[in-house]
Design a protein around this ligand. Structure first.
Ligand code: ZN
Length: 681
C-alpha cells in the first residue's frame, strides 16, 4: 500500500484508537470489524491514537504495541484504507506529587486503561531505566533557567533532538514500526519546552546543544545565573541566535526522520498539524519550515473548545493553513472533536467554508454520529470541493521574524490576529502570504496587509517595494520594519531600503501601485476568543460562560477601515440572519459555501457546554432565511444550483449580470445550516 501519494483531495481522514484492550486482548477479526465502521463512513486514511502516545513510557510493551499496529494495518489494507501511525516522539510522563500522579491516572482511565496495566510504567515514569546501555535521563532536554531536566507541559520530561543517543534509539524504534507496513508516520511534539508552564521555554541547554550552538554561531549559551538577563531579551543578538538555533534544530530533526525512512526504501505519508501558530511559535515547532515534507497540513481545534462559539478564533488559523498548504499544492485540513450530531455537521460545514478537508476525532461516539451523510455529500459534489482556489480580496503577510524574534511580539501579534479576524468577520475573502514566498506569489494579491510588521529584513523590504512597483497595494498598519532580521534598529533604514512612508493616515503612489498607511487604533483592541470548557473528560457536565461578543464591533472598526481602502468584496452576501460564506474557483466552476451562524456565537454571556445544541444543525431546526448574493467571477455562469446535505433536492437559482457581477438570491426555506451553491462555468 506504500508509494501512493496522489489524489490528496479525495482523502477522508479518520482517527482510530488502540488502547489496552486492543493492544493486549484483540484478534484480527475484532480489529477488522472496528475498521469496517470507518470504511462504511467513507474514510480513506486512518490515523492511530493511543493511551501509549508517550511511547517512551511503554518501552517494555513495544513488541505488543507493534503487533497491535500490525493488526490495524492489515485491517485497513483489507478495506483500502491507509494507516498513519501517530505517537509522541519524545515526551514521557514523569508526574511529581500526588496531584500529577492522579491526573495521569485519570488520562489513562479516560482511555479505559490504568497505568498499572503497563509493564514497567512506574519504573519508566519515576526511575531512570537504561536503554541499550544509556540512561534514559541522558536523553533529556535541560532548562536554561534551572540547569535541570526541562519539564514539558504534560507532567513529564522531554528529550533533545540534538542528542545523538536519543536520535539513534528513536530511529531504531521507528524502524520497528515501519516493519508493520504502515503507510504514514507522525512523530508528534517536536518541540522545546522549559519549566513546565506556558511562557517558559528555556530548553534546551544540554551539553549537545551548547556544543553545537558554539560551533554554529561562536556564542555561548549563558549559565542559569545569567538566565534572567538573557531570556526573551530580543535586543541581545545571542538570544535571537539561540532561538533561531532551536528552530533550526527541530527543523533538522523533522527532515532527518524523512531521510531515515527514505534511506530504508520507504515512502511514507507525512500529515502534520499544530493547534495554533498565527500568534506565536514558542516551542520552535518545525511546521512552516518544513512545507517540503508535509503531504497534508492541518490544525487541531482542540477538544476543549465549544465549536459554535469558537469558529471566529479558529478561522484565523484556517486562513494560515490554507495559505501554507497552497504553497505546495496540497490540502489543508481541520480536525475537530464534535460530541453531537449537530456539532459534527457544524464543524464539517466550517471546513467547507474554509476550503479544507474535514476530520473528526470523537472516540466516545464513534459509530453513533452520521458522518457518512457529509462524506457522501462531499463525494457527490467533489468537483466543487477539490483543489479550491480562493478568490481572495486581500492577504495578510505573516512575518515569522516579527512573531518569533522581535521585542514586544506578544502585543504585536495580538494586534495582527485582531485585524485578521476583523477582515474575516467583515466577509473579505482573507488570505495570507509568508516571508519565504517569492514576489510572483505576492503579485497574485491586489492588496497585502502589513499589520504590526515590526521586523523585516532588507531583502523583504526590497521585495515589498518591487511588489508595489509592479502594481501591488500595501496596507501598512501600526509599527513597520522597526528592526532588521538581526534585531537591530536603524531609523534611516526604511527610507534607504524601501521608501519614505507617507504620514498616517496617508497614501503614496509608486508606479502602478500604492502604499496606504492607516492607524492601528482604527480597529478595536478586542479579539473574539474561543470558549473552552474546563475539562474535556467530563464533557457533558461542564459549562463555561461565553465572553463579550465583539464580532460586530470588529466589523464596524477594522473591517470598515479595510473596506474604505479596498471598496469592494469578491463576494457580498446579506441576509436577515447572520451568515458566513466563501467563494472558490474549482477548474471552470466556482463554489459558494454559506452557513447559517445566526444562533452560533452567543451574544449575551451564556453558559455553554460541548453539547449545547446549534440551531440550524439539529434535527428539528427551522429552515433558514433568504440570502442575497453578488459575486465577481471571471466567467458568465451556465447555471447556478443550490444543494444541501439534508436531502437530494437541488434548486436551480436564477441570476443576472450587472457591471461584471453576478447577482442572485437563495430563497428562504432552501437550507437549514449549510448550503453549497454550485456555479457552473
Ligand atoms: Zn539539547
Amino acid at each position: 500500500m506504500n508509494n501512493l501519494k496522489n489524489q490528496q483531495w479525495q482523502e477522508r481522514f479518520g482517527w482510530i484508537y488502540y488502547n489496552e484492550n486492543e493492544i493486549f486482548h484483540s484478534n484480527q477479526k475484532q480489529i477488522d470489524d472496528l475498521v469496517k465502521n470507518y470504511a462504511d463512513d467513507g474514510i480513506t486514511i486512518l490515523i492511530g491514537f493511543s493511551c501509549t502516545h508517550f511511547r517512551w513510557n511503554h518501552v517494555l510493551n513495544w513488541r505488543e504495541i507493534n503487533e497491535c499496529i500490525g493488526r490495524y494495518v492489515k485491517a485497513c489494507h483489507k478495506y483500502g484504507i491507509r494507516y498513519v501511525e501517530h505517537h509522541s516522539s519524545h515526551l514521557t510522563y514523569n508526574p511529581i506529587g500526588q496531584e500529577q500522579i492522579d491526573a495521569v491516572e485519570k488520562a489513562f482511565a479516560f482511555h479505559g486503561s490504568s497505568t498499572k496495566s503497563w509493564a514497567g510504567f512506574l519504573e519508566y515514569s519515576q526511575g531512570d531505566p537504561v536503554i541499550n546501555g544509556k540512561n534514559i535521563s541522558t536523553f533529556r532536554q535541560i532548562s536554561g533557567a534551572t540547569g535541570k531536566f526541562a519539564r514539558s507541559n504534560y507532567r513529564g520530561y522531554c528529550m533533545c533532538f540534538n542528542n545523538p543517543d536519543y536520535r539513534k534509539e528513536y530511529f531504531k524504534y521507528l524502524e520497528s514500526v515501519y516493519d508493520q507496513d504502515i503507510d504514514g508516520i507522525m512523530t508528534d511534539d517536536v518541540q522545546y519546552f522549559g519549566q513546565g508552564w506556558w511562557g517558559d521555554w528555556s530548553a534546551c541547554t544540554c551539553i549537545h546543544c551548547r556544543k553545537l550552538f558554539k560551533e554554529q554561531t561562536g556564542y555561548d549559551i549563558p549559565q542559569p545565573e545569567q538566565w534572567n538577563d538573557f531570556y526573551e531579551n530580543y535586543s541581545n543578538p545571542v538570544y535571537i541566535a539561540w532561538k533561531k538555533f532551536k528552530h533550526a534544530s527541530t527543523t533538522r530533526f523533522a527532515h532527518d526522520v524523512n531521510r531515515h525512512f527514505e534511506s530504508l526504501g520507504y515512502k511514507l505519508l507525512r500529515p502534520n498539524y499544530i493547534s495554533s501558530i498565527v500568534r506565536e511559535n514558542p516551542t520552535s515547532y518545525p511546521f512552516e519550515n518544513c512545507t517540503d515534507l508535509w503531504d497534508f497540513v492541518f490544525q487541531e481545534n482542540i477538544s476543549l473548545i465549544v465549536i459554535k462559539e469558537s469558529f471566529y478564533d479558529v478561522a484565523t488559523e484556517a486562513i494560515h493553513r490554507f495559505a501554507m498548504a497552497r504553497h505546495k499544492s496540497i490540502p489543508s485540513m481541520s480536525m475537530f472533536y464534535p460530541r453531537t450530531d449537530d456539532s459534527l455537521y457544524f464543524a464539517w460545514g466550517l471546513c467547507k467554508i474554509w476550503g479544507q478537508l474535514f476530520t473528526q476525532c470523537s472516540r466516545n461516539l464513534k459509530g453513533q454520529m452520521k458522518e457518512y451523510i457529509y462524506r457522501n455529500f462531499e463525494i457527490k459534489h467533489k468537483q466543487f470541493y477539490e483543489a479550491p482556489q480562493k478568490i481572495s480580496d486581500l492577504a495578510f503577510l505573516l512575518s515569522a521574524d516579527t512573531r518569533d524574534f522581535s521585542i514586544g511580539n506578544k502585543v504585536t501579534m495580538r494586534r495582527f490576529a485582531t485585524w485578521l479576524q476583523a477582515s474575516y468577520a467583515y466577509g473579505f475573502m482573507t488570505d495570507m502570504v509568508f516571508e519565504n514566498e517569492d514576489i510572483d506569489i505576492y503579485s497574485k494579491f491586489k492588496y497585502i496587509v502589513l499589520c504590526n510588521t515590526k521586523m523585516l529584513s532588507d531583502s523583504m523590504l526590497s521585495k515589498l517595494y518591487k511588489y508595489v512597483e509592479n502594481g501591488g497595494n500595501l496596507i501598512i498598519i501600526g509599527p513597520f520594519a522597526v528592526y532588521d532580521d538581526k534585531g537591530q534598529s536603524d531609523p534611516q533604514r526604511v527610507e534607504r531600503v524601501f521608501t519614505k512612508l507617507p504620514s498616517t493616515p496617508g497614501i503614496k503612489k509608486i508606479n502602478k501601485g500604492s502604499i496606504f498607511v492607516i492607524e492601528d487604533s482604527e480597529c478595536i483592541d478586542h479579539y473574539q476568543n474561543s470558549v473552552r470548557v474546563p475539562n474535556y473528560m467530563d464533557e457533558y457536565a461542564l459549562t463555561n460562560p461565553t465572553p463579550d461578543y465583539v464580532i460586530d464591533a470588529l466589523k464596524q472598526t477594522g473591517g470598515k477601515a479595510l473596506y474604505s481602502i479596498i471598496q469592494q468584496k469578491n463576494i457580498e452576501a446579506s441576509s436577515s440572519m447572520q451568515i458566513i460564506y466563501s467563494l472558490y474557483k474549482h477548474g471552470d466552476n466556482a463554489a459558494i459555501n454559506i452557513m447559517n451562524v445566526d444562533k452560533a456565537v452567543s451574544k449575551n454571556n451564556e453558559q455553554v457546554s460541548l453539547s449545547t445544541p446549534i440551531e440550524g444543525y439539529t434535527l428539528n431546526s427551522q429552515k433558514a432565511a433568504a440570502v442575497d448574493l453578488s459575486v465577481k467571477l471571471d466567467f458568465l455562469p451556465k447555471a447556478i444550483i443550490a444543494c444541501i446535505p439534508e436531502s437530494n433536492e437541488e434548486k436551480v437559482i436564477h441570476f443576472i449580470e450587472i457591471n461584471n457581477r453576478i447577482h442572485f438570491s437563495i430563497p428562504k426555506n432552501t437550507f437549514y445550516g449549510y448550503c453549497l451553491v454550485k456555479v457552473y462555468g
